[in-house]
Ligand binder design. Structure first.
Ligand SMILES: *Cc1c(COP(=O)(O)O)cnc(C)c1O
Length: 436
């Protein structure tokens, strides 16, 4: 199949963004088009160009754009004058979500959690998790990891590694240390052992932690994967040290790595889990902090917010759980597609193994091409061919494939053909010399 009609030069007027929108915008800079419509894996611009979306809102659109089942549920709810905003008043939409989440997701996995609806962004779910851990343990220090990404508000930003993002804080980011993530010193150094050694040494200078916060696959930090063994060790260390284990599943959860939660394969039961991004299933803002019932030490209103629990998102999230997670079929399909992705990326990387390697797990994999310059040549070339794709990693050196989990195999393959061609062109000497 071909990606037609071919994208256009994008002549529609986008000068308004330069004139009126802050310089802080980022993704739009590499993709100067005006998008008007999207369905499934496709986005359409104002000039009739069609783009295959391998960014998926950074894993916010795991079920694709405007999935018909979710869209219908939302349209029915709005048509019936369903409550849109309720602060945290009881609504039918909230009750249905809580019941469905418990029945279909948590109970079958042997997880018993209380659900806390935070402000609608991922970073707010992380803030709530950190506050709760500090409140429950009476400790201040939090352990995060190198290349971790947890959000932009001060508490979450303190747990984020990226210096550029941290620099925006304007105040010291404190009470967090960044320990080496799994594999940080190469395959021969077990960084969980290093952490444990330091925590057990009364003279190491590290304060007793309230929490250890970690991603199982570092979405923004370069698709570094924590092994199941390492995660189990971190879970054990947290327990032995009296710290709470927070898994930030905002990007890796909701099916991106196969199961609903990314930590299922490791067989761990985190004390606290954060979810956002694809939780609503349709790109609606919605975040959730889950924790063990005995940790529910909040005073009423202690972590408040006007937009906690977005009713429209309750409706689409409930529909998404019902549609995709009642059986194992969807998870199995994601795993099968992830194998296809891994095979394709390995074949691409094998053409120049000295300069390329495959990173990631499940449907969050990519190719480390060694430099941000090369990666950006590749993503720009892909965009010219109608593929929306972004980078990740400390130097933006990983070309990251975040296709919708629902994508048809032939469309997926066509997109991967574009990636392959763009990598080949960028890595060949004549092109590569200019690019490096
Ligand atoms: C995106 C992300 C966040 C922050 O979510 P926002 O909705 O952007 O605030 C936190 N943690 C992880 C792992 C993320 O990928």
């Amino acid at each position: 199949m071909t990606l037609s009609p071919a994208p256009t030069a994008g002549t529609s007027d986008i000068s308004v963004y330069d004139r009126l929108e802050s310089r802080v915008r980022s993704y739009s800079r590499a993709m100067p088009r005006q998008f008007v419509r999207a369905e499934g894996p496709w986005m359409h611009d104002a000039e009739g160009g069609r783009y295959l979306d391998f960014l998926s809102g950074c894993s916010t659109l795991n079920y694709g754009h405007n999935h018909p089942v979710l869209k219908q549920a939302l349209m029915d709810y709005i048509a019936g004058d369903g409550v849109t905003h309720s602060l945290d008043l009881h609504t039918e939409a909230k009750a249905a979500f809580l019941e469905e989440l418990d029945k279909t997701i948590l109970a079958p996995r042997g997880l018993r959690y209380k659900a806390m609806f935070t402000g609608p962004t991922g970073t707010n779910a992380v803030e709530a998790a950190l506050k709760l851990a500090r409140k429950v343990t009476g400790r201040q220090h939090v352990i995060a990891f190198t290349n971790g990404f947890h959000g932009m508000t001060l508490g979450a930003l303190a747990c984020t590694g990226n210096a550029g993002k941290r620099g925006g804080a304007g105040v010291p980011l404190s009470h967090v240390s960044h320990e080496p993530f799994d594999g940080y010193y190469g395959p021969d150094v077990n960084t969980a052992d290093l952490l444990e050694q330091r925590l057990n040494d009364p003279s190491s200078g590290i304060d007793a932690p309230a929490a250890i916060v970690v991603e199982t696959v570092q979405g923004e930090g370069g698709l570094n994967v924590a092994s199941p063994e390492w995660l189990r060790e971190i879970a054990r260390i947290a327990k032995e040290q009296g710290a709470l284990l927070i898994i930030d599943d905002i990007q890796a959860g909701c099916g991106r790595t196969g199961g609903f939660f990314s930590f299922e394969e490791a067989g761990i039961k985190p004390d606290i889990v954060t979810l956002a991004k694809s939780l609503s299933g349709m790109g609606l803002p919605f975040a959730l902090t889950l924790f063990r019932p005995d940790l529910d030490k909040w005073e009423p209103g202690e972590h408040n917010g006007t937009f906690r629990g977005n009713c429209h998102a309750f409706v689409t999230a409930t529909a998404a759980i019902r549609h995709f997670w009642k059986t194992d079929d969807f998870a199995n399909d994601v795993k099968r597609r992830a194998e296809l992705l891994g095979r394709r990326l390995k074949a691409i990387a094998a053409t120049d193994p000295d300069r390329m390697s495959v990173k990631g797990r499940g449907m969050m994999q990519g190719i480390d091409v060694g430099s941000g310059e090369l990666a950006s040549v590749i993503t720009s070339a892909a965009f010219e061919k109608g593929l929306i794709i972004e980078t990740s990693g400390p130097h933006d050196e990983v070309v990251k494939v975040l296709a919708p989990l629902t994508i048809d195999d032939d469309v997926f393959s066509a997109g991967l053909d574009i990636v392959e061609g763009a990598v080949r062109d960028a890595m060949t000497p004549v092109f590569g010399m200019a690019a490096e």
